[in-house]
Design a protein around this ligand. Structure first.
Ligand code: SF4
Length: 252
């Protein structure tokens, strides 16, 4: 299969919502981050939570960038283990979970999104133990999630115009996919220059309220990474580096 990105998907796409395009902070999601699951809440606490959510929606503006790359699922990492490579970048995604997520995909939408340094400054200004900081942290988490979801929907819609289906959003740190790919992901998206996203020496994103993610794009039906793969019908069967090592990508 040719490892090229269709012309309509090749260019980086910036996400810079404003006005009515800004995502809505999901209050229920925010409450889940705070540990609520339907319990009664005092009206004063509810008022404070609403005030912080309003503040975040008013004063923080998410920014993101996404780009589509071809998937190379027959490559290996520096240790010779099977890995997903994104063609034209130095990104190498390790681990069985991301391998199963992308092995049957022709393309991968790589995305990064951040709430920016203002969120970081405000979170650092508070004391970790204060209720206000805890609530602000939850609100920022819910808001960045809403922004990434908006980017996700846009990416899916763009892919659908070319007849491509998309699986779910996967991030480094899920399952056995290490965070070590973060610096190369940020670099591949030029996200430092475009949206001010950086990575710490321990591979954490900075600003901390930031997300990077990968979505697989498929010519046919979506491959569900949660379904146990079958070598018998796998397109990688002939050159499979797992099988060459006497194992499989599903650990059997
Ligand atoms: S051939 Fe089997 S082990 Fe190799 S990628 Fe396909 S399903 Fe996984």
């Amino acid at each position: 299969m040719a490892m090229i990105v269709p012309e309509g998907l090749a260019a980086p796409v910036l996400y810079r919502p404003h006005g009515g395009e800004l995502p809505r902070l999901d209050r229920a999601e925010m409450l889940r981050y705070l540990g609520f699951s339907g319990q009664e809440m005092e009206s004063e606490l509810k008022r404070r939570i609403d005030a912080v959510a309003d503040d975040v929606e008013r004063n923080f503006t998410p920014a993101g960038v996404r780009r589509v790359f071809a998937v190379d699922a027959i490559g290996v990492d520096d240790e010779g283990a099977p890995a997903i490579k994104l063609v034209g970048t130095s990104v190498v995604l390790q681990g069985l979970d991301i391998y199963r997520h992308l092995k049957d995909a022709r393309l991968c939408v790589l995305m990064a999104c951040t709430l920016g340094m203002e969120s970081e400054r405000r979170l650092r200004a508070g004391t970790a133990s204060s209720v206000e900081t805890t609530v602000l942290d939850a609100a920022c988490s819910a808001y960045i999630e809403a922004a990434v979801e908006a980017m996700d929907q846009e990416a899916r819609a763009d892919a659908a115009t070319l007849g491509l289906s998309a699986n779910w959003r996967f991030s480094c740190g899920y399952g056995d996919c290490p965070l070590t790919a973060q610096p190369r992901i940020v670099s591949a998206l030029n996200a430092g220059r475009l949206i001010g996203l950086t990575v710490t020496p321990t591979n954490l994103l900075l600003p901390s309220k930031s997300v990077t993610a990968m979505i697989g794009l498929f010519d046919g039906p979506v491959h569900d990474a949660n379904t146990r793969p079958t070598c018998g019908i796998c397109r990688l069967r002939e050159g499979c580096s797992f099988r060459a090592r006497g194992t499989t990508c599903y650990g059997g």
